[in-house]
Design a protein around this ligand. Structure first.
Ligand code: HPA
Length: 241
């Protein structure tokens, strides 16, 4: 028996800090490009996970799959059983606010949602799903040091990628929501419930107003810039504590 049903890793196999891309192949890419001495620690259900070091600090990466339910399973098992203390989602999103375009970087200070998961956790009331302030500040400082513009604010974690409600994006835009993705609110809820720290960093892969989309090559380049920013934020946060 492994310690949790969805991860074959033994206790101690995951670092205190785990980067969480949605796509398991991105997890492998991060391990290959950014981590030293990376070893694979999970392949159950194709959710590839690796642990290595980055600039001397032990870091893991795990593909969560798409959507709040899938991401919440992995975030919970990491926080509740594997002792992970920092969860940093690195993902893609669709631009909602008109001043964002493809390749824009977003730090999700908060995550709205049409999912019921946080209401279920919070006695039927509306829980404000927010990033850890220290991690958010570290990411903002890292972006400033890299001279990389970032947008900081609310995102929306949608249950439906193919949402039949045509007015959804206008409703989000009317409340200043920057972008739409599918996991952050779930991960922030798990983090709150288990007393761990979480941040979501996103790259805009498609503009929901113009319909513009990044090519797969551009996605990869943008993704690497975001991972670099996320890892810088992790190091800054470690140094500050
Ligand atoms: N909707 C939800 N998630 C997304 C999108 C989108 O348009 N683009 C990238 N992730």
């Amino acid at each position: 028996m492994t310690p949790t049903p969805h991860l074959e890793a033994e206790l101690g196999a995951f670092a205190d800090t785990v980067l969480l891309p949605g796509d398991p192949l991105r997890a492998r890419h991060i391990a290959e490009v950014f981590l030293d001495d990376a070893v694979q620690v999970n392949a159950v259900r194709g959710a590839l996970g690796f642990t290595g070091t980055h600039r001397g600090e032990r870091v893991s990466v795990l593909g969560t799959g798409m959507g709040i339910p899938s991401a919440s399973i992995y975030a919970t098992e990491l926080a509740q059983v594997h002792g992970v203390r920092r969860l940093v989602r690195v993902g893609s999103c669709g631009a909602v606010r008109r001043d964002l375009g493809v390749r824009s970087l977003v730090l999700a200070a908060g995550a709205c949602t049409d999912s019921g998961v946080n209401r279920n956790r919070y006695g039927g009331m509306d829980f404000a799903a927010i990033a850890d302030f220290g991690l958010l500040r570290a990411a903002a400082e890292a972006a400033e040091a890299l001279d990389t513009p970032v947008h900081v604010g609310n995102v929306h974690s949608a249950d439906l990628f193919y949402d039949p409600r045509a007015d959804r994006v206008e409703v989000m835009a009317s409340m200043g929501v920057l972008a739409v993705e599918m996991e952050a609110a779930g991960i922030y809820g798990v983090a709150a419930a288990h007393g761990v720290r979480a941040l979501t960093v996103l790259t805009v892969s498609d503009d929901l107003h113009s319909g513009e989309q990044l090519t797969s090559q551009e996605r990869e380049r943008g993704f690497d810039a975001m991972v670099r920013l996320a890892l810088d934020a992790v190091h800054r946060d470690s140094a500050a504590r």
